[in-house]
Design a protein around this ligand. Structure first.
Ligand SMILES: [Zn+2]
Length: 213
């Protein structure tokens, strides 16, 4: 989804049930009550916090993204995310930023006991969508320029090894990491590979390969 990394990270936490809602904290015995901070009396699950809390009903309706909340035929949050693919891309992107803002507003309530007017929240969402659109275009252009890999491998100086790493994203949901260390004659000193279940961007995957090394 074409949203900023922080929003993707938020969505990942939403899908993996690691968003620290009161429901989750209660389940881990960290707090004594799981009740929604907005005073509606409901249990604060992630689904409630983001999608069904009465606090955000009007914001959802006014945003034009309300269809993203429809979890009929969905057993899990991941099912719901997959279902978003049926929606217009602009709705998906705006809705994702909206969810992220809703979570921020929820935290503003919990930690600062403050609340933001809906009109301000909606303007914030629109601004984020617009800003990220511009940002993504710039990044995409730059990537086109720098994605060429060198055609020749240059050996390191004598007494040194050179380590090259790479990541493969050929299969969605799987990332392959590879490492090769060679000496100044090009002799292989060690190699390592790893396959891991993840949804990383190419930049993150390559960084993970370096980290593995
Ligand atoms: Zn509530």
């Amino acid at each position: 989804m074409e949203v900023s990394p922080k929003v993707r990270h938020f969505l990942w936490k939403l899908c993996t049930h690691t968003l620290p809602t009161r429901g989750v904290l209660f389940h881990r015995h960290l707090i004594d009550e799981a009740v929604c901070p907005w005073g509606c009396g409901e249990h604060e699950s992630a689904y409630h916090a983001i999608f069904t809390s009465p606090r955000f009903e009007e914001v959802w309706m006014d945003s034009g993204c309300s269809r993203m909340r429809d979890n009929s035929d969905c057993d899990t949050m991941c099912d719901l995310v997959v279902k978003w693919k049926q929606l217009d891309l602009r709705i998906q992107v705006k809705g994702a930023f909206l969810m992220w803002c809703i979570w921020g507003e929820r935290n503003n309530k919990v930690f600062n006991d403050k609340s933001t007017p809906n009109s301000v929240l909606l303007r914030r969402v629109d601004r984020l969508v617009e800003e990220y659109g511009k940002y993504a275009v710039n990044i995409y252009r730059q990537q086109g320029r720098v994605s060429q890999s060198p055609r020749y491998w240059n050996p390191p100086s004598q007494g040194c090894w050179k380590i090259n790493v790479d990541a493969s994203l050929a299969t969605e949901g799987w990332v392959g990491l590879g490492i090769i260390a060679r000496d100044h004659l090009g002799g292989v000193r060690f190699t390592a590979t790893r396959r891991t279940r993840a949804f990383w961007s190419p930049e993150i995957a390559e960084a993970k390969a370096i980290e593995m090394e």
